[in-house]
Write a protein that binds this ligand. Structure first.
Ligand SMILES: *Cc1c(COP(=O)(O)O)cnc(C)c1O
Length: 372
């Protein structure tokens, strides 16, 4: 599919990854095959699949590069790390996604690589840690503190210093930022989240700027075996078609809820880069195409936060994020999240009506603090 470079994300999400065969179906159907007859270009089911390719074409168009899909976000992260030489030094966000942190820290403990944790919001700290490093791992906004990194400055310095920079773009999605255009070497996604968007699949992806790097990653995927399921790829592409419209609505509702939570007498602090009072506001306004649909808010302590989750009737308690349903998660309950404030609740804002969502939050907050 040849797309027009002037087309917007909304258009690309609809037209990319199609099979333009006259008389054929609009959508590339799920191809359930472990083996292909000799004479074609795939051969074996671990080497490729037309349904993966359709998804990869579409996400590649949105991120502005070449995409390789994986069994999960962490499989995508693992493939990138597996391709590193032994004893590489990796700079990574100390408050980033706990799965990536756990993997890096484990590889460090086993002597496979060296890690340096940084606060990605603090640009000078990141630039200093890059000295002598080989790989820079970035996330912005961060999870669950919603800190915003100065990606253009950091990525420019990484490029000048010859440091390979990877950006996990799961939270922002290509709707808010395209790190490859800012100089990142690779972008990683947990497509499980906003791209799939319906809490019904796990999938991951890496997007790189050049074809030779893509071919290397395909080789790693084939070797490691972390291939996506066919049905997952089909559903993830179906989800991606509505990413722009879902994300626009979700972030509008998130902004409204953030304002209301910020004014609530039982809420101590809201973390959302779209609030004028948020430390990330100015950076996010100038660097991102919006403020996203994730927000965190803090209440008095962990027990009251747990009681809020239990008393919500519409918003669902559960980990993960990016689905059509609004979900809430007290992050401090998880291993590796000990530094997160105990009373912090992370909200992944979905597509329900904002009035209903607010009524649910307001009732839960007032109920819990009226009967302590
Ligand atoms: C969930 C998540 C991952 C891991 O993805 P899986 O699909 O769960 O393996 C990686 N990065 C971020 C930011 C995530 O939220």
């Amino acid at each position: 599919m040849v797309t027009d470079s002037k087309w917007h994300a909304e258009t690309l999400a609809i037209v990319a990854g199609r099979a333009p065969t006259p008389g054929g179906p609009f959508n590339v159907p799920p191809t359930f095959a472990s083996t292909y007859r000799d004479g074609g270009d795939i051969g074996y089911g671990r080497w490729g699949n037309p349904t993966w390719s359709a998804f990869e074409e579409a996400l590649g168009e949105l991120e502005g590069g070449y995409c390789v899909s994986f069994a999960s976000g962490l499989a995508a992260v693992s493939a990138l790390l597996a391709s590193l030489p032994l004893a590489t030094t990796v700079v990574y966000p100390g408050d980033g996604y706990n799965g990536t942190r756990g993997l890096l820290e484990r590889l460090d403990k086993e002597g496979r690589l060296h890690t340096r944790a940084v606060d990605v919001v603090n640009t000078n700290e990141v630039l200093e840690a890059m000295d002598g490093a080989d790989l820079l791992w970035l996330e912005s906004p961060t999870n669950p503190m919603l800190g915003v990194a100065d990606l253009p400055t950091i990525l420019r310095s990484a490029r000048d210093a010859g440091v390979v920079a990877v950006v996990d773009n799961t939270f922002a999605t290509p709707m808010l930022q395209q790190p490859l255009a800012l100089g990142a070497s690779a972008v990683v996604h947990s497509a499980t989240k906003y791209i799939g968007g319906h809490s019904d699949l796990l999938m991951g992806a890496v997007i790189v700027a050049d074809e030779s790097r893509r071919d290397e990653l395909v080789e790693w995927r084939t070797t490691l075996g972390a291939i996506p399921g066919v049905m997952e790829a089909y559903l993830a592409l179906r989800g991606l078609r509505t990413l722009p419209v879902r994300f626009a609505r979700q972030q509008r509702t998130a902004a409204e809820l953030a304002e209301r939570l910020d004014d609530h007498r039982h809420v101590r602090r809201v973390r959302y880069p779209g609030l004028v009072t948020d430390p990330g506001f100015e950076r996010a306004s100038s660097l991102m195409g919006g403020f996203g649909a994730m927000l965190s808010f803090e209440v008095h302590d962990a027990p009251s936060a747990d009681r809020i989750v239990e008393s919500l009737r519409l918003i669902v308690g559960g980990t993960s994020l990016g689905g059509v349903e609004t979900t809430i998660d007290r992050r401090g309950r998880w291993k590796g999240e000990e530094s997160v404030p105990g009373g912090l609740l992370r909200l992944s804002v979905g597509l329900e009506h904002p009035v209903d969502l607010w009524a649910d939050l307001d009732d839960a907050l007032n109920g819990v603090f009226a009967n302590p």
